[in-house]
Design a protein. Structure first.
Length: 240
């Protein structure tokens, strides 16, 4: 390597090091969170308490909503679209509507237990969880709750979903639809009992957390809806 090339390399490396040292560094996440808490007049303990109190309020609101008649509605599996279309052409839409009503009825039976599990999943949330609210999305608390409750929801709800579907004969109604649609529709088939259970469980959770996310967004936009002052401050963090 000649002297001129070596000198060029040394200068380049030195310049890069200098620029790197001069480059502004982003503030640590903890520093940003602490600054936001100081600005809101909150301690770390209040942050966690406010998160839990606010989530309890949101879950209670959801529970009240889902207890209303007809509030829980479940769609049929997409795999049944062809069967539904065939029944419609045969003027047998009523049979398919009855099947969907059975799905929704089963979901409504399980919904109160969903709320109970969610309330139980609020307690284990930690300060580290609470700090993610600072600078997080509008449904950050809902996302935290879904992650915390995931295992308990499956353990508690899947047996109840199975019982609810068996009790109102939803799986049997699905098979009856094939008989009404005739041999041409038989190739489409219907979901197995296990598939229906999985579908209902997923739909129930998506509906529940979808509603919670909308409520959280609304409460964040107007934190005064919380009766608890600490919860109002916590869910108002970052609000302009």
């Amino acid at each position: 390597m000649n002297t001129r090339l070596l000198l060029t390399l040394v200068v380049t490396v030195f310049a890069s090091a200098v620029h790197g040292a001069d480059a502004p560094k982003a503030a640590p996440a903890n520093a940003t969170t602490d600054a936001a808490l100081r600005s809101a007049g909150l301690t770390s303990t209040q942050l966690l308490d406010g998160l839990k109190t606010g989530l309890t309020t949101l879950v209670s609101v959801a529970g009240a909503e889902f207890s209303k008649p007809g509030a829980v509605q479940v769609s049929a599996p997409t795999s049944m679209a062809k069967l539904e279309a065939t029944l419609s052409r045969l003027n047998q839409s009523g049979a398919f509507d009855s099947f969907k009503a059975s799905l929704s009825q089963a979901a409504a039976t399980v919904a109160p237990q969903t709320v109970a599990v969610l309330k139980g999943a609020i307690g284990p949330l930690t300060l580290a969880d609470a700090k993610t609210l600072v600078g997080g999305p509008a449904d950050a608390a809902t996302q935290l709750l879904r992650k915390s409750a995931d295992s308990a929801l499956r353990t508690k709800l899947m047996p109840l979903v199975s019982q609810a579907l068996a009790a109102n004969g939803t799986a049997a109604k699905a098979k009856d639809l094939l008989a009404k649609a005739g041999p041409m529709a038989a190739m489409a088939g219907v979901p197995s009992t296990a598939d229906l259970e999985s579908h209902l469980y997923t739909q129930l959770l998506d509906s529940t957390f979808g509603y919670l996310a909308k409520q959280e967004t609304a409460f964040r936009a107007n934190p005064s809806q919380f009766k608890n002052a600490t919860a109002a401050k916590v869910f108002g963090l970052g609000k302009k």
